[in-house]
Design a protein around this ligand. Structure first.
Ligand code: KIV
Length: 263
């Protein structure tokens, strides 16, 4: 078995020009598929609130819910690095609380690292977590926890601010940064400017790695998909076909047939 992915592995991959693969997962069976497939990073994203819990945004996700799902994912991952996503209001306000909450992902949920959203304003939090031995992945650009402040899920185009945010989070101690909803030429410039790997979502092909939300790329939910999502499978369709066959066979009495009976 290949050794587990670490922060050093990811930095080395950037240096060697080897693309990093990342996806989200929220439970044991799907995390197991990702791990066995050789996905480098499994993020237990707060997209949980939308694709699993059925909310319109990520804001209501709690620390306890994130810990619960991250623990399930960690139990399945032997190769992939597991990153827990710090929920809205779990790291704003007080540095002590941020460190306490970040620590829970490593202590209680078996994660290797945490992710949090924001640029220059969250640098003191990144530094406090890193000093406590908690590796941090930053997340800049379209940051879904600021949906109300941004006035919706909007592509971010302020090149100089984005470049400054990226440089600041690297300096503060982040080991990697997610670039979300950023035009390709800007994310290419950021990727070139940093020593830490950039992981893109809706940020074009020049990032050091790519991440997508699992439920979007496997077609688990048949909901609206943003332009940047490629659907690699249609699980909703397979599930709907299976369910329709089950209903038909139960109603017609063809299930259970002999082979499914105890004699
Ligand atoms: O919550 C999430 O799934 C994320 C990724 C989309 C980067 O933040």
């Amino acid at each position: 078995m290949q050794p587990r992915v670490t922060t050093a592995t990811l930095i080395k991959m950037k240096q060697e020009g080897k693309k990093i693969t990342a996806l989200t997962a929220y439970d044991f069976p799907f995390a197991g598929y990702l791990d066995k497939a050789g996905i480098d990073i499994v993020l237990v994203g707060d997209s949980l609130g939308m694709v699993v819990q059925g909310n319109d945004n990520t804001l209501s996700v709690t620390m306890d819910e994130s810990i619960y799902h991250t623990a399930m994912v960690s139990r399945a991952c032997k190769y992939s690095m597991v990153i827990g996503d710090m929920p809205f209001m779990s790291y704003q306000g007080s540095l002590d609380r941020a460190v306490e909450n970040g620590g829970r992902f490593l202590k209680e949920a078996g994660a290797t690292a945490v992710k949090l959203e924001g640029g220059a304003d969250v640098c003191p939090v990144i530094t406090a977590l890193a000093k406590a031995g908690i590796p941090v992945q930053a997340h800049i650009g379209l940051t879904p926890q600021s949906v109300h402040q941004m006035g919706g899920f909007k592509v971010q185009r302020d090149e100089e601010r984005l470049l400054k945010d990226a440089r600041d989070v690297e300096k503060a101690g982040a080991f990697s940064v997610v670039l979300e909803g950023i035009p390709s030429p800007i994310s290419a410039r950021i990727t070139k400017a940093l020593n830490i790997p950039t992981i893109g979502i809706g940020a074009g092909p020049c990032c050091d790695g790519q991440i997508l939300v699992l439920h979007d790329m496997l077609g688990i939910n048949d909901r609206f998909l943003p332009k940047f999502v490629k659907k690699y499978a249609d699980i909703a369709q397979i599930a709907n076909q299976g369910l329709a066959s089950y209903i038909k066979e139960v109603r017609s009495g063809t299930f259970p047939s002999d082979e499914y009976e105890y004699k």
